[in-house]
Ligand binder design. Structure first.
Ligand code: FEO
Length: 168
């Protein structure tokens, strides 16, 4: 059975993962309004990834005899200056999520919950990928000055992204 402290912390993280989903959906909507279907696609896939993260925590909490309690989701930012700003904010957000996952791991360690530590290791590894992916596109967009043919090439690349649910 999971401790109440860890249960509460995981519930907070479920909220943050669903907020991430909402935030990226807002970015997708902005990118769609700019006619950048590939960029939009990238963030729509990211939306699915964030829901996957939330559901992974949902199932873990249930399996451990905890109770999932949902709470209000914050309103995401809706206006952005450019695709570069979107990726910069997404990168910053992933760095924030990494900190939250690390804090969650600290609680699992202090509660001596080995099952939770093993479970959270997946998220620790996932955050390395999440940050690298966002940072990579920040760098590419800076390289091309955020416009022109380069932007269309990146749009094409982002349009090819598909969602493959990770193994459980
Ligand atoms: Fe759920 Fe993008 O981390």
């Amino acid at each position: 059975m999971i401790s109440e402290k860890l249960q509460d912390a995981i519930n907070d993280q479920i909220n943050k993962e669903i907020f991430s989903e909402y935030y990226y959906l807002s970015m997708a909507a902005y990118l769609s309004s700019q006619g950048l279907a590939g960029f939009e696609n990238f963030f729509l896939i990211q939306v699915q990834e964030e829901r996957f993260h939330a559901m992974k925590m949902y199932h873990f909490l249930n399996e451990r005899g905890g109770r999932v309690i949902l709470s209000q989701i914050d309103t995401p930012k809706t206006e952005f200056k450019s695709p570069l700003e979107v990726f910069e904010l997404a990168y910053k957000h992933e760095q924030f999520v990494t900190k939250l996952i690390n804090d969650l791991m600290d609680i699992a360690i202090s509660e001596n919950d080995h099952a939770a530590k093993s479970f959270l290791n997946w998220f620790v590894d996932e955050q390395v990928e999440e940050e690298a992916s966002m940072e990579g596109f920040v760098n590419k967009l800076k390289l091309i000055g955020g416009k022109g043919n380069g932007l269309l090439m990146i749009d094409k690349e982002l349009g090819a992204r598909t969602f493959t649910p990770p193994a459980k």
